[in-house]
Design a binder for this molecule. Sequence first.
Ligand code: PHE
Length: 335
Amino acid sequence: MSELLDRVARAREGALGRVGEATSTDELRLVETEVLGKRADLIELRKSVGALGPDERRRVGQALNEARAEVEGALAARRSDLAAEDRRRRLEAERLDLSEVVPSRRLGHLHLVSQAWEQLEDVFVGMGFTVSEGPEVETEWFNFEALNFAEGHPARDSFDTLWVDWGEPGQTLLRTHTSPVQIRAMLATEPPLYTICPGRVFRQDTPDATHMPVFHQIEGLVVDRGITFGDLAGTLEAFTKAYFGGEFTSRLRPSYFPFTEPSAEFDVLRPDGSWLELGGCGMVHPNVLRSGGVDPEEWSGFAFGFGLDRFALMRHRVDDLREFFAGDLRFLTQF
Ligand code: PHE
């Protein structure tokens, strides 16, 4: 009798142990047949009960019933734990992992010059400017003539033009600056005009640490009533603070460009006391306004043109411009 009770106790222990070991709902289903199915110890033991006297039959029967109820309870509890676990695992596996873009972004990013291009656009758009575009292959008229470079003007030579062998000789070129877009913008839109034009420009130059035959500029043009040199200086100072930060200031130095009068060079003073030359600017020459179909008696304006690559060089403390365009991934992926 006590031997039978021991067997019930052992069968109960064994069954509870198997239930605890199951690690998935599928496995638990198999365990259930194993511990409560027809061939299970706890079930087989019932057969022995019939041969016992009434007292013992009651006690063993009760022990079996209790064991069975306990195992059923354990099965139910384990089933609900495993179901929750399955669900958690499925959600985990099926989760839309939006951070998945992170590793692929590490494999590629915008070129440093494109980043500077976009940042500059953002700052000027934030100041109310629109973004204009113009072609890289230009006519002599847009690149020079309309910008008040007289025929044979020595300033033309300083641009080291790359000519394109197309149409009349000397009429087609790769734009040497983004300034022709000033004319295109004026011809396309009635003033008032507040626009910038970032773009690629070309000059016959031998590559060195600060020059490339293909480089980038960002042009700015404002045409409105009563625009003064003070507006130019104020706009460039506001730009300096917005782009570089409050610790930077700007200065203007007298200069010369055929398309602006007066003209200036624009420099930024860095917190370490050094000056960075960024480009030229000035009040739009009346002849240039006229080329753009704008009446200089009614309207005035200013323009500026910065070397865009310099912004990227400075931002990333790179000292050789050639690195940007060598296409060496070991260099580019550092940033
Ligand atoms: N286009 C001039 C250059 O390439 C820069 C400039 C633009 C100067 C606009 C004045 C006004 O050097």
